[in-house]
Design a protein. Structure first.
Length: 397
């Protein structure tokens, strides 16, 4: 998280009478969490806190685990003005929602093959919406129209990034598709809800890194400082293979097949394993990292970090921070310049290499080719060079 938020949190703890040592320990916790915590929306913050705790706690001792939980509760109070425990109790005061939410979870995991974590996240989004409605039965949901969702989004998500709003809207659309599948009458306008707000796509062609920006990111970690090789590998896995941040964070030592020269990804977004070719140069960098730089720890997670004198697996937030810090230091900015820009860039390179859309989709782990189309950008310079020598065509010279 950025330093300004950490300083604000420290001042908040001081105003509540916490000792300097406690303030220091709690503030250090925020250094390892992502900026997704920096939201005033209690539903969204609750979701991000729980995701972080679930990732970190199995690897921590009791003392650090206690500190993270305590810091999270105080940060929740700072951002929302609500005591964490009271918020949880309030969330559980609507037993009438349970049947609907449970049915949606089963539909998502068993019928759509959505991962359990993604399904739980969507259920939280839907539960927040049902609390907003107040009276949530299958009969009352049949009366909803698209403008009701618009009113909810405008009132509940003011100040959130478009990507965060998009996740909520996508969850709601999936929920209404579930109701349609169950045979309940649903207004047709709900099924046509956009996957994200209208201003998400700033243009019709996916925006990727420029060649100069890509080169600067590839060369950003020159291997002369601690963790440079590790961080460069993280960026190259995304730029060369189109891996998601979550997939990089979940990589294990056993996922690398040195004899075959491949990396196998498990528990991916669409719940299907996939195997990617490992370039020899990248494989050599990983080999050096494992043999000479990676701390000797019991966990088989590939990427390790040092936190409070302990060696812990890097989580999703840590991987994103590596990319974002590289963006910041290379002065690469723009509305689209997040960690996913590396995946879009890799997708375009893979597709423009001539392997075809279907194989590109397979490498990216997309079930639908339509998803891949939204990622790739055609190399118009290459098309012009082809057109210049097309039989019977005019030359550019």
């Amino acid at each position: 998280m950025n330093q300004q938020s950490i300083d604000t949190f420290s001042a908040f703890l001081k105003s509540r009478g916490y000792a300097e040592q406690t303030i220091h320990i709690y503030s250090k916790v925020l250094e390892i969490v992502s900026d997704t915590w920096n939201t005033n929306d209690p539903n969204l913050l609750y979701e991000h806190i729980n995701s972080t705790l679930k990732t970190l706690e199995p690897t921590l001792n009791n003392s650090i685990r206690h500190n993270i939980r305590a810091a999270a509760r105080q940060f929740f109070l700072l951002k929302t003005g609500t005591i964490y425990k009271k918020y949880i109790n309030k969330m559980n005061t609507h037993p009438g929602y349970d049947d609907i939410i449970n049915d949606f979870f089963v539909y998502s995991t068993e019928f759509k093959s959505t991962t359990s974590e993604s399904a739980k996240s969507e259920c939280q989004h839907v539960k927040a919406f049902l609390r907003y409605l107040g009276d949530a039965t299958y009969e009352s949901l049949a009366k909803l129209e698209a403008h009701d969702i618009r009113d909810y989004v405008c009132s509940a998500f003011q100040g959130l990034k478009s990507s965060s709003i998009g996740r909520y809207v996508t969850s709601l659309r999936n929920f209404f598709r579930f109701l349609e599948y169950k045979g309940y009458p649903i207004n047709e306008s709900l099924i046509e809800l956009p996957l994200a707000p209208a201003d998400w796509a700033k243009g019709k062609i996916p925006v990727i890194l420029t060649r100069d920006e890509e080169k600067r990111l590839r060369d950003h970690h020159p291997a002369n400082q601690k963790n440079d090789n590790r961080n460069r590998i993280i960026i190259l896995l995304m730029l060369n293979l189109g891996m998601r941040c979550s997939e990089v964070a979940n990589l294990k030592l056993t996922d690398i097949s040195w004899s075959k020269g491949t990396i196998k990804l498990h528990d991916t977004k669409n719940a299907h394993d996939r195997e990617l070719p490992l370039p020899s140069s990248l494989g050599h960098m990983i080999e050096i990292y494992i043999l000479s730089e990676r701390p000797k720890v019991k966990t088989d997670i590939l990427f390790i970090r040092n936190y409070l004198h302990s060696y812990l697996p890097m989580n999703l937030g840590c991987v994103r921070r590596v990319v974002r810090e590289a963006f910041q230091k290379e002065n690469i900015s723009g509305w689209w310049k997040g960690s996913h820009a590396l995946r879009r860039t890799a997708a375009s390179h893979i597709y423009n290499s001539g392997i075809g859309l279907k194989l590109t989709a397979d490498l990216l782990g997309h079930e639908s080719i339509d998803s891949t189309i939204a990622y790739v950008k055609v190399d118009f310079d290459s098309l012009r060079s082809v057109a210049a020598y097309w039989p019977g065509g005019d030359s550019n010279e």
